[in-house]
Design a protein around this ligand. Structure first.
Ligand SMILES: Nc1ncnc2c1ncn2[C@@H]1O[C@H](COP(=O)(O)OP(=O)(O)OP(=O)(O)O)[C@@H](O)[C@H]1O
Ligand SMILES: Nc1nc2c(ncn2[C@@H]2O[C@H](COP(=O)(O)O)[C@@H](O)[C@H]2O)c(=O)[nH]1
Length: 234
């Protein structure tokens, strides 16, 4: 059997890739995600998380998060309804399992934007997931961004910053690191990771199978060219 025979047995839809973006609170994950989704909204499914934190002004249920009670969240934990979940500075956050599995099965890539403990759970449960760690240019800049964002009290900002120092020690567990200094460069780097991952061999099996086919129109032109060259040489 030729080496490429298996290429033709590719299932109709290749499973999508799971991309996990993590990093300290305030590093710019949500900002990068919004831009990336602007470019890739047709091929990348953003997983909407569930949380017990109260909505911030302007945040919408079902768009920014599913805002639920502690009881509802714990009931979902009990029925294994999360791909991952974690407690972060006094609230629960989690990724509902089913929509992620469904999108991956449909061949869509999926993006999670989650904190570090949850990302490490995904790395263990889904070893094929692509893990991307976002870092700030400095801790001073991280604090500056949280202060300017103005969505948390000073006390909560200090808690998030203390957590950030611990989280950055976990950076070695991730495949890629993107520095979010200048936003445009960070978005480009993030997009480069997605582009490169989409060119990995398992995703390119159909392209290789296609490369081994013939096109009758080009074959006919080739025959004419061959004949012309042969005549010119005789
Ligand atoms: N490259 C950047 N330069 C300057 N400011 C930035 C940059 N990226 C994001 N910001 C700003 O920093 C603040 C925090 O960004 P964002 O909310 O996206 O962070 P996050 O990592 O999603 O935070 P959290 O984890 O707390 O949800 C926002 O006000 C955002 O506008
Ligand atoms: N483990 C998970 N972490 C999540 C999820 N959704 C969001 N997050 C992260 O929580 C913190 C705080 O978020 P905020 O909206 O209150 O600022 C931040 O790092 C988010 O990325 C999730 O489903 N699981």
């Amino acid at each position: 059997m030729p080496w490429f025979a298996g290429l033709f047995e590719v299932s109709a839809v290749a499973r999508g890739t799971l991309f996990v973006m993590t990093g300290a609170s305030g590093v710019g994950k949500g900002t990068i995600r919004a831009q990336v989704m602007g470019y890739l909204h047709k091929s990348l499914h953003y997983s909407i998380s569930m949380t017990t934190r109260a909505p911030r002004p302007g945040e919408k249920h079902g768009q920014d998060y599913y805002f639920v009670s502690k009881e509802e969240f714990e009931a979902r934990i009990a029925r294994n309804g999360f791909l991952e979940h974690a407690e972060f500075v006094g609230n629960y956050y989690g990724t509902p399992r089913e929509p992620v599995e469904e999108a991956l099965d449909r061949g869509l890539d999926v993006l999670l934007e989650i904190e570090v403990q949850g990302a490490l759970q995904v790395a263990e449960r889904a070893p094929d997931a692509v893990m991307i760690f976002i870092v700030p240019p400095s801790l001073s800049e991280l604090k500056h961004r949280l202060l300017l964002r103005g969505t948390e009290s000073l006390e909560k900002i200090e808690k998030r910053l203390a957590q950030a120092r611990r989280e950055m020690e976990a950076a070695h567990n991730f495949h890629y690191v993107v520095v979010n200094d200048e936003l445009g460069s960070a978005v480009n780097d993030f997009m480069a990771v997605i582009r490169a991952e989409r060119l990995r061999y398992p995703r390119m099996r159909e392209a290789i199978a296609q490369a081994l086919t013939h096109d009758p129109e080009i074959d006919a032109e080739n025959a004419v060219l061959e004949e012309t060259i042969r005549k010119a040489g005789s």
